[in-house]
Design a protein around this ligand. Structure first.
Ligand code: ZN
Length: 50
């Protein structure tokens, strides 16, 4: 299961996002820090595991 490190564009916090596939285009995640949603594919800063 792929794991990505993503950075929230709203508050700047980094967190892990795990996905069933490595194709995350169009997927959205709710930030655990500020509660706002963002697009995963544009927030990825690093692939932790693929
Ligand atoms: Zn945030």
């Amino acid at each position: 299961m792929p794991v990505f490190k993503v950075k929230c564009p709203h508050c700047g916090h980094e967190m892990l996002y795990s996905s069933k596939t490595k194709f995350v285009k169009g997927k959205r995640k709710v930030c655990v820090y500020c509660g706002k949603s963002f697009e995963v594919s544009s927030a990825i800063i690093k692939v932790v595991k693929d």
